[in-house]
Structures are given as C-alpha cells and as structure tokens.
Write a protein that binds this ligand. Sequence first.
Ligand code: HEM
Length: 539
Amino acid sequence: MANEFELSDGGANRQKPQTEADVMTTAQGHPIADDQNWLSAGERGPQLLEDHIAREKIFHFDHERIPERVVHARGYGVHGHFELTKAIPQYSRAAIFNEEGVKTPTFTRFSTVAGNKGSPDLARDVRGFATKFYTQEGNWDLVGNNIPVFFIQDAIKFPDLIHAAKPAPDRGFPHAQTAHDNFWDFISLSPEAMNMVMWIMSDRTIPRSFRFMEGFGVHTFRLVKEKGESHFVKFHWKPKLGLQSVVWNEALKVNGMDPDFHRRDMWDAIDAGDFPRWDLGIQVFDEEFAEKFDFDVLDATKIIPEEEVPVEIIGTLTLDANVDNFFAETEQVAFCTQNLVPGIDHSDDPLLQGRNFSYLDTQLKRLGGPNFTHLPINAPKCPVRHFQQDGHMAMTNPKGRVNYEPNSWGDGDGAGEERGPRACPMKGFQSYEAPVEGPKLRVRSETFADHYSQARQFYVSQTPVEQTHMANALTFELSKVGRMSIRKRMVGHLRHIDEGLAQEVANGIGLRELPEKVPAARDPITDLTESPALSILKN
Ligand code: HEM
C-alpha cells in the first residue's frame, strides 16, 4: 500500500512528514496540521486567542527557564562508572566498597563556582567536581571541588562569601573594581580563608581541562563498619592523565577565543572514545590519631598531610558517555551532601552540617517542588519504597491503599493486599553513635584558630615557577582593588605566610612601605575574647 504521507507530495518536501512517526503533535498528543501560522480572523486580521495549538507552543516556551544554581551555575555533566579495585570491609559496610570488580553507574558534573551560566570556562575559580554514585543501596553523592580546602569554617558565612565573590549588587557585571573590592574586603577580614587563598592563587584554579584536575571531598567524613566502628576519611580523585594547568596569559586568550573550552574538551574526548579516568583515594585515620594533629580534622580549611596519612587507592572512575540532553541531565541533576549510603556518615564539620541543609533547600526551589528524585537523572537505580506521596509533579506515588505505618494490611486477612515497606535496622542507615554534649554556643573551638601554618606549607611546597605565578596572581588581583586599606590588609596577612611573597606583592601593587602584620590571627567577628558580651559572661 502506498505510504499516505508520500501521497501528499511524493516525499519531496523534507518539511513534510515522511512516516507516521514524523507527525508532530501537541504535548497532549494531538496531531498538528500547521505549526507556523497562528489562526487569524481573515488573512490580515488579528490573531485569535482560540488557537490552542499556538498558545500551547508559546506557553511552554515562556516557561523554559528555571533558576540557575545560586553557585556552580556553569557546569558540565558526564555519565560514567566507578569500579572498586580494593574492597575495604575493615572500614565500611557500604556495598559500593565491598565487592571488588563491581561497576557502579555514575554521573559527574564539573563546574565553576562564581560565574553565571554563561560565564567563560577559563575564569580563575575553584572547580566543582560532584559525582553521584547510583549504588545498590541508593545514591551516594560526593560533592567536592578541585581544591582540598575551603574558604570558611562555618556554613553560616557562605552567603557572605558568595555575595562578596559574585558581581557587586549595584552594577551586576563581574570583574568590575567593586567586585574585586568586595571579594578581597571579605577575604582580608576572614583570616580563616588564607589557606584557600593560597590555593586559589595557584595554577590549580586555571586547569588545562576538567580531565587534568584533581578532586577532593574536602570534609572529613566517617566510614562506618558493621558493628558501628568508625574511622575518619578524606576522599580524593587523582586524574590518570595527571595534573595540568594553563598559565594566566593562556587562560585569557582561551577565554576570548573559546569560552566553552573545557566543556568542548570533555565532549570531544568522550565522543572520540578517549575516556578520562580518575582513581578514588581515601585517607583513613581514627579518632585517636586525629587528636594528635595540631589542627582540627573537622576544620574544612585544613588538609590531612599525605605524608602522615597516605592516600590509599580503592577504585577508578571512568567517564564514558556524554549526555543525551543538557537540560534534562546536567541542569536537572541535584547533588546533595546528605545523600549518603549505610557505611558512610557525616562528621561534625560545621561547614558540612550546613551544606546538608542548603542543597535540598535550594533544589526545592530550583527544581520546582519536592519530587525531583523522580527525574531520571536523580532517581536511584535500585528499588525505592516509601510512603511519601503527592506534591508537584508526583510520578511514583505508592500503589494500592497503604500509605502509612504502622499498618496491619497484608497479614493474611485480605488476599492480595499490599502491606508496604518496613524500616530495617539491620540493612538500614545507622548514624554513627558519636557522643555529643555541651552548652549551646556560637563560638568556634580554639582548635580551629591557626589560619596560617597550612597556607605557609602550601606556598613553600610550590616550585619557584609556581610561586612566581602565585605572586603574579595576587599582584594582578589586588591591583584591581580600589581601596588601599584592603590592599594593605591583605599584604598584612601575607606577611604571616611568607615575608618574601608579601614584599613582592607589596612592590607589585605600589605600596611604598610594607604594612603591619594583621594583628589578630583570629576571625575579627567570632573572636569574642575582647567583646563586651564575653566579659559579661566572665564576670
Ligand atoms: C553547589 C561544592 C560549600 C551551597 C555546589 C556544587 C558543588 C559544590 C560541586 C555543584 C553541584 C552541581 O554540579 O550541581 C561545594 C564544596 C563546598 C561547598 C566542595 C565546601 C567544602 C557550600 C556551602 C554551602 C553550599 C557551605 C551553603 C551553606 C551550595 C548550593 C549549591 C551548591 C546552594 C547549588 C546546588 C543546586 O542548585 O543544585 N557546591 N560546596 N556549598 N553549593 Fe556547595
């Protein structure tokens, strides 16, 4: 039988359907006769609101945008898998860490932090390195960065940090003097940021591509064994291709020529079958060992030195498939530090604890309701059973009559009745029973107070060429700061880190005299030793 579609024009016009499967429909599935001419009253008359085809098309277009992420807006996602090469039952009961050779599907999103969705890839910025592991026991998200430490110790400061780092609220464009003033003003008043400042002024914040970056979970987490024994752990990603960066001059040129350089690099490599790979490493230590450090392992501005706790490689991540759809996958993926499987637990790191609240909260708004785990990119690839229901866009409501517990259904009285799921202490997530006590306070522990030692260690560990790059980066950045007092305060901090570096930067930004060292090594806001509030308490 002749194809009815060929009858229309013999298949000559490629803008006409050639087969049944080509026929365009509305979102309601109605076949569309004409999608290019709005229904109008007469040839030159007004368009009619009655045209449900046109209105549906425009209505949907009008609502295509969702809010970009409040941070890490510029990102690029890739599918892959994680293969465990060394089981660690001695540390963790997590299934993902217990069967060598098992491949766990993953989705990884790389990102810059401060820029908006359309910002250039080669900006000097921290890179996000977030991986969702679709394990047999649910999703585990390792939401890390390419720098092992962070700017602040307490999540309550995060909005201030990000406000200061993003474009100033009046002009709204990045790289204005106001933006530099705001950022360096905040930093110079936040001694805890000094270690991170050394890292961001290093070549690590202008990586050659995503494929040549390290990744870090940053926080100290816990690995928990079957009997509730726990070790502290830090997670590391080590790129098989090694660590490489561009220099500032190259970064500027690449940004001008191809602002999508990093995204394109990843797409092309995967398209060509050149799959990037990272080893997953862990640093494991116990509570007793943690006590021996002269800093606090719960402080996210500190690393655990690899000489003291070597990184043990336990598996490999391979990124081997580009997304089918950028929006559905890269934009709609929702990472969250609270997505943990049994056998991995939080520590009391005050930055981590705040993050656990923030991600879910922002995603509720960004993804339009509580059901974003129903989206394929966020849905676990293992059975999901619970009594949660309804809400915007609910797609997996409980089946049958049972939507609560305790219930007595399915106990034999009524044939075919579902009883629904039950919590299981043996298989389920058990929080590590860390002892907790103490008064409620808004004061940070003394053990978080040393802000310069690791900054100094990082600086001196760099080669002379890398040190020059750091001095140049600081000089460039601070030369964009209008307020002399901010420039001086920053150099005052650098003097705690390295006098030679401080002098070089001071010369570079035209300070005739080296400013005094910043007197308080402590945070001026949370250091309450001089505050009237504390003296009242003391008296
Ligand atoms: C997003 C890492 C600290 C709030 C992200 C992303 C990464 C990341 C990689 C992008 C996720 C993606 O690709 O979708 C980190 C690291 C931190 C840190 C390593 C410190 C160690 C914080 C803190 C807060 C915070 C302290 C708030 C208290 C957010 C928010 C998003 C985000 C709201 C956007 C999430 C979304 O819209 O889906 N972070 N972050 N982050 N982060 Fe953080």
